[in-house]
Design a protein around this ligand. Structure first.
Ligand code: BES
Ligand code: ZN
Length: 551
């Protein structure tokens, strides 16, 4: 009896603890969900159902009835898909879009829920019907952002990216070239862990501290806690001091490290964030190099130190005579003098240390896939695909390219479509904004809206907006109708840019890119340009594409 009683009390306690815990979890999950990414498992119908649950939790879907209605429709479509009845899948997806419109106007679902579920639907239709295949885009994004990684203008990464893009475009039969545009001096930052396969870590130079000479400094790491005088012993001499940010000033930490004979300082962050911490030395002017690193990397050093020495090399130096690179691929019409020119652009560079998956491997890879499906075009227009370098420095590559065009070429240039950040997975960025420099509609936005209508894509999903900030600007300045395609939050004010928190950070990773949004971007831009240049497909050439990811 007694034992039973105890057991009972114990299990009730567990149940209460579980309920409290679960409750806590679901409330934080609900608060954060709106900042989450669209689920992508490769099964579009399962992803939609999951997204519907999230929208119910965060209030973007208001009633259980709306949830049930939407899910019922999706499971019906999924069944047709399983039975291989593709025509019925398409038809049902089209009626699902009407259902979403109705749910939105009756207030059952929010605008964002409408847009996101609509995009999943459009993805499924595009994957079955279209020529543009987002699977190919994702493979290019992986190569650029994971295998190659950061592609800062002038760096080896940018060059490697350019060579990859050129080889792909060449393989489609385009005439290609790499242009080299001069860029300003570049501060090259290298932190190499010599005792760990020369692994390179991201770092930020702290201003006020000197650059290094030769190959930089090499030494073992000395863990110096928060950098108080008492954190240093004689063993710090000749080593690189690893100090946690916070508490005393960075200036004091560095002074204490110098007094102990350290040859350099690495300050690691004391909070998790997407960027490298920026610290100030105040009036302290050290004679040893100082850089900051992430919390994760700093803590990894601390834990590895318990197993043995860590040897690092730190180099901070200014490089002169830097060149950033453009990749240009051209398809000229046969036997036509002075044809009209149609540009599709993107930028291949990233900011330093950012993988640049959405900004702008996504746009560059969208460009490559467009080049693939236009490769057999034999109409009377000239097509140019331009992946520019140095965009992040102020459109250095595109300005250089345009500056070298003849007046006649500029005159013959009819449009420029700039693909930049074509697929964030961040849920709130639910609309594909067509950004012109003056905020007015032009040939790019008009042709895209006409294409959307033909594809039964709601025009509301494609607002015309005023925004500069990419390579469409130099084209606009030469009088060429141009626009930048980027996913942003509905209601973003003119000139504003409400975008994902991963922008220009270490978190701009492929995990945060949505193949669904890439597919919609590619489908609508492909249709718009096809209609402008009179491209007729000889039947769909998308046999290998299916609703399942090719992997
Ligand atoms: N992809 C961005 C532009 C962008 C950012 C568009 C946010 C919409 C929202 C681009 O690569 C970029 O960062 N551009 C620079 C341009 C600057 C150096 C002139 C920017 O906006 O800071
Ligand atoms: Zn960009």
């Amino acid at each position: 009896m007694k034992r039973f009683g105890l057991k009972k009390v114990f299990s009730i306690a567990i149940i209460i603890a579980f309920l409290l815990g679960a409750n806590q979890m679901s409330s934080t999950a609900a608060e954060n969900r709106i900042f989450n990414d669209m689920p992508h498992t490769g099964n579009v119908f399962a992803d939609m159902e999951k997204q519907i649950d999230y929208f119910k939790e965060d209030g973007n879907i208001r009633s259980d009835i709306a949830v049930r209605t939407l899910k019922m429709h999706i499971s019906g479509v999924a069944l047709f898909q399983k039975q291989g009845q593709t025509d019925k899948v398409i038809k049902q997806m089209q009626s699902f879009k009407r259902l979403l419109d109705n749910q939105k106007s009756s207030g059952g679902i929010s605008g964002i829920a409408h847009d996101v579920l609509n995009t999943y639907t459009q993805y499924a239709i595009g994957k079955i019907n279209g020529s543009f295949n987002s699977d190919n885009v994702m493979k290019h994004i992986k190569h650029l952002s994971v295998d190659i990684g950061p592609r800062e203008a002038g760096s080896e990464g940018e060059r490697a990216g350019a060579e990859y893009i050129e080889s792909v475009l060449k393989s489609y039969g385009y005439e290609t070239k790499i242009e080299e545009a001069p860029r300003s001096n570049r501060v090259e930052l290298i932190l190499k862990v010599l005792s760990d396969n020369n692994k390179k870590l991201p770092l930020r130079a702290v201003s006020g501290a000197p650059q290094t000479t030769g190959d930089g400094i090499t030494g073992n790491i000395y863990h110096a806690g928060a950098g108080q005088p008492s954190d240093f012993t004689a063993a710090a001499r000749g080593k690189v001091a690893l100090i946690q940010n916070g508490g005393i000033t960075a200036g004091a930490k560095v002074q204490n490290a110098m007094a102990a004979g350290a040859i350099g300082v690495l300050i690691y962050d004391n909070q998790d964030r997407f960027t490298l911490p920026s610290v100030s030395l105040g009036s302290v002017r050290p004679n040893i190099p100082v850089a900051t690193i992430t919390k994760k990397d700093g803590e990894a050093f601390v834990s590895q130190l318990s197993k043995g020495n860590i040897e690092v090399q730190l180099s901070i130096k200014t490089l002169t005579n830097q060149k950033t690179v453009n990749v240009i691929a051209v398809k000229k019409p046969k036997g036509i003098e002075n044809p009209e020119i149609y540009y599709i652009g993107s930028h291949l560079d990233s900011v330093a240390f950012a993988p640049g998956a959405n900004d702008d491997a996504s746009g560059t890879s969208t460009l490559m896939e467009l080049a693939r499906i236009f490769k057999d075009y034999d109409g009377d227009k000239e097509l140019r695909f331009a992946a520019f370098g140095g965009e992040e420095l102020g459109f250095v590559g595109s300005k250089y390219h345009i500056g070298n065009l003849s007046e006649d070429e500029v005159k013959r240039t009819k449009v420029q479509f700039q693909m930049d950040m074509t697929g964030t997975a961040w849920v709130p960025a639910s609309q594909l904004f067509i950004n012109t420099v003056d905020g007015k509609s032009n040939l790019v936005s008009q042709s895209t809206h006409q294409a959307a209508e033909k594809l039964d894509i709601n025009k509301d999903l494609l607002p015309v907006h005023m925004l500069s900030r990419s390579d469409h600007v130099p084209f606009h300045e030469k009088g060429v109708p141009s626009a930048l395609f980027i996913w942003m939050e509905p209601g973003t004010p003119p000139g504003g840019a409400n975008i994902e928190p991963y922008y220009h950070s270490l978190e701009d990773k492929i995990e945060h890119v949505s193949p669904e949004r890439v597919q919609l971007t590619g489908d609508v831009v492909f249709k718009a340009i096809s209609d402008l240049i009179g491209f007729q497909e000889n039947g769909g050439n998308n046999e290998e594409a299916s609703l399942k990811d090719a992997s």
